[in-house]
Design a protein around this ligand. Structure first.
Ligand SMILES: *[C@@H]1O[C@H](CO)[C@@H](O)[C@H](O)[C@H]1NC(C)=O
Length: 235
């Protein structure tokens, strides 16, 4: 009996270090950031934060200290839309990443997230804010956005319009025909505010900025509202 007891104690002692050990695993992280420093989310600005996170996660005794985050930075300049996609495909021929951070720009993110979702690779992006990305059932199932999407902004607009009993708006935006951030920003508003009288006016960067035409559009929107009010006998 005493022999059996000591055997139990011995077992507990040998087992206990195993139980408290953290899991050891290599995690391959592919990060898309532009080298071009004119972007707010450029490599020079964001990479230090990612490397700091890597260092903190590795800190001794931490919950995730057993994970080894192998970080691979890649350029994504938002202009050559398919470059990030091709990098993902080329790298995956060797070994698929376990996690992707970025891209931020809408068009670049779209192609990368679609392929990553197909391959079950999670993507975390500070961008990809357009309305289309809310489709989490299929194409963009593996995307997590860490910034409020344009639809969230549209919810604020809707609340404002309801609060002030506003009924109509003219959405005036500049379309650069490249990253199209302004287009996607107002697209969210347009999609969510179908119950309001919304008119759209796009300004092209290369075109002459036609102030008269813009003003006429503003007046037309007001006239339209006034005639509607008259119809209802409110004016
Ligand atoms: C960096 O980005 C800006 C804005 O998109 C662009 O005007 C500029 O030409 C780019 N610079 C380089 C070196 O690609």
């Amino acid at each position: 009996m005493p022999y059996f007891m000591s055997l139990c104690v011995y077992f507990l002692m040998t087992l206990s270090p195993v139980r408290t050990d953290t899991i050891t695993e290599d995690i391959k992280v592919l990060v898309f950031l532009p080298q071009n420093n004119s972007y707010l989310f450029s490599h020079a600005r964001v990479a230090p934060a990612i490397l700091y996170a890597q260092q903190r996660l590795k800190a001794n005794g931490g919950q995730f200290s057993g994970f080894h985050f192998n970080i691979q930075f890649e350029n994504s300049d938002c202009v050559s839309v398919n470059d990030a996609l091709f990098v993902l495909v080329d790298r995956s021929c060797e070994q698929k990443p376990d996690l992707i951070l970025g891209p931020v720009c809408e068009y670049e993110a779209a192609v990368v997230v679609r392929l990553a979702s197909h391959w079950n690779i999670p993507v975390i992006s500070a961008g990809a804010l357009a309305t289309g990305f809310s489709n989490k059932d299929t194409e963009y199932s593996h995307l997590t956005r860490i910034a409020p999407s344009y639809e969230k902004m549209a919810e604020i607009f809707t609340a404002m319009f309801e609060h002030f009993s506003w009924k109509s708006a003219l959405l005036l935006y500049e379309d650069d025909k490249e990253a199209r951030d302004c287009y996607f920003t107002l697209e969210g508003v347009y999609h969510l505010m179908t119950n309001f009288n919304i008119k759209i006016y796009a300004v092209n960067q290369e075109d002459h900025f036609d102030t008269d035409d813009i003003l006429q559009n503003i007046y037309d929107t007001e006239d339209h509202l006034l005639s509607k009010k008259r119809e209802l006998g409110n004016v």
